[in-house]
Ligand binder design. Structure first.
Ligand SMILES: Nc1ncnc2c1ncn2[C@@H]1O[C@H](COP(=O)(O)OP(=O)(O)OP(=O)(O)O)[C@@H](O)[C@H]1O
Ligand SMILES: [Mg+2]
Length: 319
């Protein structure tokens, strides 16, 4: 049986601003099997959120998908009408948004907000279904929380409610966009354990977007590394940690290791990532790369497949 849940190929996405179109995602590919957890990691502005939200076609009128396919359960989502999309959005694919505080409505009780998710997707709803999901995400005294407003709960509890919103419709795929970035370090592990438990118990595949290499290592099986609107490297988490192929991945891992080892002088990556307005037809990492060659400026490197790994660096291109 085909186990592939999601296959994205050659996705390119632009925004139209001040009479010109600027491409921000220049090559995004992802394959995800049922029940798998993949991490997307990369510096701010690398295109993680824009790529992931395109799966749900949540774009506004300024955004356009220039090329690519998004095949979910055998269907090319980009060919669906808005009406057909609505059946998939939130039902089969859920998105936990990066900005936690704006995702919950401050004026509605928790129980009602969760019930509405079910009602909006024409799924059976009852107080018991909501209480069950509250218990599943570890809300103690679910009955009391059901009648509370978000401001009456702690930040950590609200984070759990957001996850409950994402899983209540029992989607095949949950996209969690930096679910641990706005919470205390001590709560981080709890949220990661919760996502792990949901994946194991409910067999949901998860796309986990993060800046945090340690979190990705803890939770994910596969990893995608993004930079300058491009996927730079992809592979099994353990293989990437054991032997990063791309110089950018190597630098990111050095930074992460230096942080976890508690070095007095934490290793940092010099320079900044290019913004879409600065993109050129060359390797986007060129200005920060310690291994750069003159050829790195001859065009955007192609993605090279090396066994189970993929890397976008001319070092590995067969010429
Ligand atoms: N609505 C928009 N209009 C114009 N440009 C946008 C819009 N949304 C995102 N961008 C640009 O697209 C690029 C990718 O943004 P994206 O939000 O995907 O980054 P990210 O990798 O998720 O970063 P972060 O880690 O900060 O969340 C950025 O340069 C951003 O400025
Ligand atoms: Mg983002």
């Amino acid at each position: 049986m085909d186990n592939r849940l999601l296959e994205i190929n050659n996705l390119k996405i632009s925004f139209y601003h001040q009479h010109r179109s600027i491409q921000v995602v220049r090559g995004f590919d992802l394959s995800l099997n049922n029940r798998e957890i993949v991490g997307i990691i990369g510096e701010s502005g690398s295109g993680k959120t824009v790529s992931a939200t395109s799966i749900l076609k949540l774009e506004d009128e300024t955004q356009s998908i220039d090329s690519g396919t998004i095949i979910f359960n055998g269907i090319n989502l980009l060919e669906l009408s808005e009406k057909e999309y609505q059946k998939i959005r939130g039902n089969q694919i859920s998105y936990i948004f990066q900005n936690a505080s704006s995702a919950l409505n401050p004026y509605k009780k928790i129980g009602l907000q969760l019930t509405e998710v079910l009602r909006n997707h024409k799924l059976p709803f009852s107080k018991n279904i909501v209480l069950d999901v509250l218990k599943e995400v570890g809300i103690e005294e679910a009955d009391t929380s059901y009648d509370m407003y978000p401001f009456q709960l702690s930040g950590g509890q609200n984070q759990r409610i957001m996850i409950a919103q994402g899983i209540i419709s029992k989607p095949d795929l949950l996209i969690a966009d930096e679910p641990t970035s706005s919470i205390d370090a001590s709560l981080k592990r709890t949220v990661l354990d919760l996502l792990k438990k949901i994946n194991q118990k409910s067999h949901m595949a998860i796309i986990f977007i993060t800046h945090d290499f340690e979190a990705a290592k803890y939770l994910c099986e596969k990893l995608i590394i993004m930079y300058g609107g491009l996927v730079m490297e992809e592979g099994e988490v353990n293989e990437i940690f054991a032997k990063p192929l791309h110089p950018y991945t190597e630098e990111l891992i050095k930074c992460a290791n230096s942080l976890t080892q508690g070095d007095l002088n934490v290793y940092t990556l010099e320079g900044t990532a290019p913004t879409p307005l600065q993109f050129k037809e060359e390797c986007p990492f060129i200005s920060r790369c310690k291994m750069k060659l003159p050829e790195c400026s001859f065009g955007i490197p192609k993605m090279t497949t090396l066994g189970t790994r993929k890397v976008r660096c001319i070092k590995y291109e067969t010429r």
